[in-house]
Design a protein around this ligand. Structure first.
Ligand SMILES: Cc1cc2nc3c(=O)[nH]c(=O)nc-3n(C[C@H](O)[C@H](O)[C@H](O)COP(=O)(O)OP(=O)(O)OC[C@H]3O[C@@H](n4cnc5c(N)ncnc54)[C@H](O)[C@@H]3O)c2cc1C
Length: 337
């Protein structure tokens, strides 16, 4: 039975060691659009330890309400604890839809919450919107990215979805209304959990630069031909202060590690400039660069699909273009007297 009283779009934010994950602001941006279309309130929930400074970071992105669940019990991320806290809140307040980031933590908690509530979960969405009929629809790639599935959960309340990071640019809402802020003590059942945290391991940036943060990214495709040819790309990347990623083609060939794969089964990036070298532009690759501001493509095939999405395209052999680019970018040699 659909509970017609369920209302409110909830965004479950992510916080680590006092820092707000940028994906929270992306979710708030899309959440604001959904809430406005449905004329419902937008609520952001952050679970953690000391969260006093959080509302200041969230306020510009348009929430009507900020729920800060803070306590010793939620100091560390333990998915059983987080999902229990959320389940109690949801049972009590009955939101219409809940949006999670499709991160390791977000996916874990969303799946547990869906199971606890007995509702479905549209996982790994690339878009969330309200259709002409006023329904909340969730869009995600299916069948290896060859189809975009449009999912609608008419009988589920709340409707749960995870959204991939970097699918939307975070946008300040420009609203003048101040959100209400509510502090909540986590309520955890007495039963002992099956897991306890022994230590935390910090993720280190890859040698070739941090793909997630880089303003300029060079994407290398199978057109590079061999791992030896990566040398000229590395040189160009140094001159452009760019991080290097690549297509699944180069990862499968063993020329780049999987951590540097861009696309459906790799990373989603959002640089100011993405330079695609010898990449055909398969749909599975393009999912990973959808929010890149400018795409520059170099490919010797004028029919390559990458040119359909490129801001600037160069139809040429990359091995003749890259040295010319590098020459332009190299600092002038010091004058000798
Ligand atoms: C379930 C599934 C998931 C997938 N996930 C991903 C993913 O996450 N990321 C991803 O990238 N792919 C993914 N793929 C694979 C994807 O479909 C493509 O096969 C892959 O992206 C192709 O890589 P590519 O563009 O490097 O190679 P190709 O398609 O072989 O293209 C090479 C390009 O290089 C050009 N070229 C060759 N030599 C030169 C030269 N000297 N100068 C300039 N241009 C040159 C050619 O004209 C060609 O366009 C997935 C596929 C499936 C089925």
């Amino acid at each position: 039975m659909v509970d017609e009283n369920s209302t409110g779009i909830w965004v479950i934010g992510e916080e680590k060691e006092g820092k707000l994950a940028p994906v929270t602001l992306e979710l708030l941006t899309i959440g604001r659009q959904l809430a406005d279309s449905l004329r419902q309130e937008l609520v952001v929930v952050i679970i953690g330890h000391q969260l006093e400074h959080m509302s200041r970071l969230l306020v510009d992105y348009g929430p009507d309400k900020i729920l800060l669940v803070a306590g010793e019990e939620t100091r560390y991320f333990i998915p059983e604890t987080y999902s229990e806290v959320l389940s109690a809140l949801v049972e009590q307040r009955k939101p219409f839809a809940i949006l999670f980031p499709a991160t390791y933590d977000g996916r874990d908690v969303a799946a547990r919450l869906a199971a606890k509530l007995g509702v479905g979960l549209a996982a790994d969405c690339t878009d969330l919107k309200i259709d002409e009929a006023g329904r909340f629809v969730q869009v995600r790639p299916a069948f290896g990215g060859n189809l975009m599935a449009v999912i609608h959960q008419p009988t589920a309340r709340p409707q749960l979805a995870t959204l991939r990071p970097r699918m939307v640019k975070p946008n300040k809402s420009g609203r003048k209304v101040s959100p209400s802020v509510e502090y909540i003590k986590p309520r955890i059942s007495a039963k002992p959990f099956t897991k306890s945290l022994l230590r935390t391991v910090r993720e280190v940036a890859e040698e070739s630069g941090n793909l997630d943060e880089a303003e300029v990214v060079i994407g290398v495709g199978r057109g590079i031909g061999s791992s030896e040819n990566m040398r000229i790309v590395n040189h160009l990347a140094t001159l452009l202060k760019a991080a290097i990623g690549g297509s699944r083609g180069v990862v499968d060939a063993g020329w780049l590690p999987h951590t540097q794969q861009i696309g459906l089964t790799g990373r989603v990036i959002s640089p100011k400039m993405y330079m695609a070298l010898g990449i055909s532009g398969a749909v599975q690759h393009l999912v990973g660069v959808r929010t890149a501001k400018e795409i520059i493509a170099i490919n010797k095939d004028p029919e390559a699909p990458i040119f359909k999405v490129a801001t600037f395209g160069i139809v040429a052999d990359m091995f003749s273009v890259i040295p010319l680019l590098a020459k332009e970018l190299e600092p002038p040699a010091p004058q000798t007297t």
